[in-house]
Design a protein around this ligand. Structure first.
Ligand SMILES: *Cc1c(COP(=O)(O)O)cnc(C)c1O
Length: 208
């Protein structure tokens, strides 16, 4: 996936023309503006994913436009997405964002609470859980994040092994420009690449 936060529609079009079909956005307002331009007006056939933290009051505006939401970290948020998806009679694909660092300041649900959330998600008919996502700390060496990627894959296998969700989970969204090669070695099925696709982002971005 090409992570297109802060990039202009023109930059995104270049990436489309070269090879990319999936774009990840972090902020709802910014996403909607690019969606209107590229998907509605220019009819570019691309898929949009939301990878940033999603505020509950913004859910309604993205349902039906986002193919996969990577950042589900509570049942409250899941219920709101389920409700708005139900209103439109569509099923929304989601990933659970897991916070593997035990830093409470980071987005994502704690690992120990993940199985329980997966179990609860079975009740929501308009959501389809596809797998897990993680955003490890920004390490000096990519190798330092291998343990987190491995842990996320083990968690996915545990969920599948115990049959906690109705269907098998097969998506692991992990790895950024800095460490995607290690993530792929550890089983990533989606890598989220910003800088290596578009170059350095204009201002410092704290992955909020
Ligand atoms: C910005 C962002 C990325 C991309 O980071 P790069 O280092 O530019 O590849 C990946 N994942 C998330 C959640 C992001 O916010």
């Amino acid at each position: 996936m090409a992570v297109s936060k802060t990039r202009t529609p023109e930059e995104i079009e270049k990436a489309i023309n070269c090879c990319f079909k999936v774009f990840g956005e972090n902020y709802v307002q910014e996403f909607l503006s690019k969606y209107n331009d590229l998907t509605l007006n220019k009819r570019r056939n691309i898929s949009w994913h939301l990878i940033g933290h999603l505020q509950k009051n913004k859910v309604k505006r993205i349902i039906g436009k986002i193919d996969l939401i990577h950042s589900i970290d509570s049942m409250e948020l899941a219920k709101i997405i389920d409700k708005h998806s139900g209103d439109k009679n569509i099923r929304t694909n989601i990933l659970i964002e897991v916070n593997l660092t035990e830093e409470n300041t980071k987005n994502g649900i704690q690992r120990k609470d993940t199985l329980n959330l997966v179990k609860e998600l079975r009740r929501l008919a308009y959501l389809k859980l596809l797998g897990l996502m993680a955003m490890p700390p920004l390490a000096k060496e990519p190798e330092e994040n291998r343990k987190y990627f491995r842990e996320l894959k083990e968690l996915l296998e545990e969920i599948n092994g115990k049959g906690i969700y109705g269907s098998k989970l097969n998506t692991l969204s992990m790895g950024t420009s800095h460490d995607f090669e290690v993530a792929v070695e550890e089983g990533a099925t989606i890598v989220r690449l910003g800088t290596v696709v578009f170059g350095k982002r204009p201002q410092k971005d704290a992955y909020k």
